[in-house]
Structures are given as C-alpha cells and as structure tokens.
Design a protein around this ligand. Structure first.
Ligand SMILES: [Zn+2]
Ligand SMILES: [Zn+2]
Ligand SMILES: [Zn+2]
Ligand SMILES: [Zn+2]
Length: 220
C-alpha cells in the first residue's frame, strides 16, 4: 500500500470484481518448519500441503485466494499533504472517501469524493522510512480510523521491523489494541510495538500536525 507501483494489495476502489495476480514473497517458515510465502495481493500465507498440491497440479504458484474477486484502484488520486493545513477524511454512505482540505495559500477548499487516495509523503520527510513514498488509503481504512478515534482506543503507527512499511490495522484489529502485528506488506508476523495499540499511518500524520499547531489546524 505504500509504493507507487500498481499491484494487488488494494482492496476497495474503482472495480469490485478484479482478479489480481498473486504477489508472493518468501516469509520465513511455518511452525512445522516448512518454508512459507506471503501473498501481498490476497493477504495470506502460501506453502501448506494443499498449496503444494495445487502447485503440482496447476504448475502455478498461487495462493488459496487467487480466484477471489477484489476491488482495485488503478490510479488513485495523489494528494500532496503538505499543501493543506486542515484536512478531514470520511467514509461516506456511497462507499467513497470524502476528502476535504483547505489549502495553505488562500485557504481554498479542495473537495474530492474518491474510491482511494494516495497521500504523497515525500513532502514531509522523516515521518516514514525513505523508501515509502506514498500511503494509500481506502474507504475501509478511513472508516476504521474514524471508529477507532471516536471509541478512544490507543492509536499509534508501528513500522514493520523487516520491511519498514507502516502497519495498517483493519476490521477487528482496528477495534482491539494489540502488541504483536502481522505486516500486510511482507508477511512478517512478529512486528512488536512498545505498547498495545491500533496501528495506522494516519495516526502518524495526525500526530505530526498536532506538533505544529501554528501551521496546521488538523490532519485527519
Ligand atoms: Zn504496503
Ligand atoms: Zn494470492
Ligand atoms: Zn513488513
Ligand atoms: Zn496490527
């Protein structure tokens, strides 16, 4: 979710029934010692006996969810966060992201309803690892963030200790703070935070804005 290349791991967006190819990478071992891969597209491990049997019969290395239709966004709107001093993001009833942002220069209001948003983070150096150039936000991510904020759970942003991608909790994980996280980008399953939290890159951006009240009114 954090590169400019277009591949699977978007789950909502412009299409709802796309078949996106698996993107498998080595990800350590299963508990029984068998080599394991992580499918970044479908967010699951590969390498069970069933997976190996499927490889044998189809001659394709693909995960158990390879035929699951997925939502996708080919070219999400790119948003340069540093140009705006007041930004809100909501997930609307129509399933779109509702972005509202006031420009630094002149305060013009930017209003966009989109199915996904790519936040360009290069203009706020030091917040994320240098290899991370953008953060992609989908409606479920915005929705779970809003729910977490209003319920008052501990929010944070944990970077994966293997691949450095900021971790995004979705669904049930976004309601229950936890210390041990599973990285959706590389499949490393022992990403530990200092304390239990719900992790999302939006929180790091929000915290950054809170440290600069003279320049930024609100980011998310
Ligand atoms: Zn990612
Ligand atoms: Zn897959
Ligand atoms: Zn990782
Ligand atoms: Zn997590």
């Amino acid at each position: 979710m954090t590169t400019t290349t277009i591949n699977g791991h978007f789950r909502a967006g412009a299409g709802r029934d796309g078949l996106v190819p698996c993107d498998l990478l080595p990800a350590g071992k299963f508990r029984n010692g068998a080599a394991r891969h992580w499918c970044r597209t479908h967010q699951c491990y590969w390498g069970t006996k069933a997976d190996l049997a499927e490889l044998e019969s189809s001659a394709h290395m693909r995960c158990k969810l390879h035929a699951s239709p997925m939502g996708y966004v080919l070219y999400p709107e790119v948003f340069d966060i540093s140009q705006y001093h007041a930004i809100t993001l909501a997930s609307a009833d129509d399933g779109l992201l509702r972005l509202r942002a006031k420009a630094n220069d002149g305060g013009a209001l930017l209003a966009r309803d989109v199915s996904a948003l790519a936040i360009d983070t290069r203009s706020v150096p030091g917040l994320f690892q240098p290899s991370i150039v953008q953060i992609n936000i989908t409606p479920p991510a915005a929705q779970t963030y809003a729910a977490a904020l209003s319920s008052g759970v501990a929010l944070g942003c944990i970077d994966c200790s293997r691949c450095a991608h900021p971790h995004l909790d979705l669904g049930d994980f976004a309601l229950h703070p936890h210390r041990r996280h599973l990285c959706g980008h590389c499949g490393y399953d022992a990403v530990h935070g200092a304390s239990a939290c719900v992790s999302t890159p939006l929180q790091r951006l929000r915290d950054y804005a809170l440290r600069k009240p003279e320049h930024i009114k609100q980011w998310f």
